[in-house]
Design a protein around this ligand. Structure first.
Ligand SMILES: C[S@@+](CC[C@H](N)C(=O)[O-])C[C@H]1O[C@@H](n2cnc3c(N)ncnc32)[C@H](O)[C@@H]1O
Length: 308
């Protein structure tokens, strides 16, 4: 099969452009800026030791409509050449349009090309020549073997990785203006039920093996450390203020998704999950003072230095 062709994508690995647009502002606010600054500095040093200076080569895995390069390109040195990889050519067309005219932090040119490819076939050839491999909101979909292949391919390319916004499986509603976690049961117990069912549902195969879900970021850190990479992790939670219309819209979409997955996982608890959904949705209103926190982890890793 031609590497640019792929079988029909798994339905759980297909994402609406509207969902990606809905989450973009919250993602931008959540990302760990200290890891982005480290990535920028590492790329500057890499350029400084390359003669003559080369354009930086960046690869974004599971790029969707291009949120990651749109956020990162202006924060990293240039000139940059990005390759955006996804199995959804419709999203990649949006990404090309959205990334037109991007400039690097120093004003350098940013080139963007796209590749429609199933990441199931990720190997050393996919990442050959890369300086920095990136991904955002992708990692929960993959299995342990895929992480091993990713780490091997990055070790072969001697590139760094910046993998952001990987869910860690935690979320909680903070109620009222004081945003304390004090809540009367049974809501907290129902949150626990829905969270456990959702996290179990996340571990289903979504086309890249038995998904690691919330365990993926620490598992990738371990794979990279085994290969001599220096790894840094940072929390990057969404903090959605339910009185804000944009945050409330994202929270409602999340609550809907959690309900659907939890009911699929625990049909025996469907009535309780439906009642939970109604209560939590009712909190996403302009006069509500609550916050919904959703845990994510960002990871930045640099390859071992070559000793000559
Ligand atoms: C949650 S979206 C994140 C998109 C983008 N990185 C962002 O932050 O907005 C996950 C992306 O991974 C892509 N994806 C999932 N499984 C894939 C696979 N097996 N091969 C290629 N792309 C895949 C989806 O099409 C989708 O664009």
């Amino acid at each position: 099969m031609n590497p640019n062709e792929h079988a029909q994508p798994h339905p759980d690995a297909c994402f609406d452009a509207s969902w990606l647009a809905l989450r973009r502002a919250a993602d931008g606010a959540a990302r760990a800026p200290e890891l982005e600054a480290r990535a920028a500095e590492w790329l500057r040093q890499r350029q400084a030791t390359t003669a003559p200076p080369q354009r930086l080569r960046l690869i974004d895995l599971g790029s969707g409509s291009g949120a990651n390069p749109r956020h990162l390109a202006p924060r990293l040195p240039g000139p940059q050449d990005w390759t955006l990889i996804d199995h959804d050519s419709g999203l990649l067309a949006r990404a090309r349009a959205a990334c037109a005219g991007l400039r690097a932090a120093d004003g350098g040119a940013v080139g963007v090309s796209t590749r429609s490819q199933d990441l199931a076939r990720l190997d050393a050839g996919t990442l050959a020549g890369a300086d920095l491999v990136c991904a955002s909101a992708l990692l929960d979909l993959v299995d342990a073997a895929w992480l091993e292949r990713l780490a091997d391919a990055c070790a072969a390319a001697r590139c760094a990785l910046l993998v952001t916004l990987s869910v860690d499986g935690s979320w909680r509603f903070l109620s009222g203006a004081a945003t304390t976690a004090a809540e009367a049961p049974p809501t907290a117990a129902d949150d626990d039920l829905v969270r456990a069912a959702f996290n179990a549902h996340q571990r289903r195969d979504k086309g890249l093996g038995a998904a690691l879900g919330p365990d993926a970021a620490p598992a990738l850190a371990a794979c990279l450390e085994q290969r001599g990479f220096e790894v840094r992790l940072a929390a990057s939670p969404w903090r959605l203020r339910l009185a804000e219309p944009a945050d409330a819209a994202l929270a409602r979409a999340l609550i809907d998704g959690w309900r659907d997955a939890a009911r699929a996982q625990r049909p025996d608890a469907a009535a309780r999950i439906t009642a939970w959904h109604a209560r939590r949705t009712a909190e996403c209103v302009p006069h509500g003072g609550g916050t919904l926190e959703v845990g994510h982890i960002d990871l930045f890793a640099t390859p071992p230095r070559v000793v000559r």
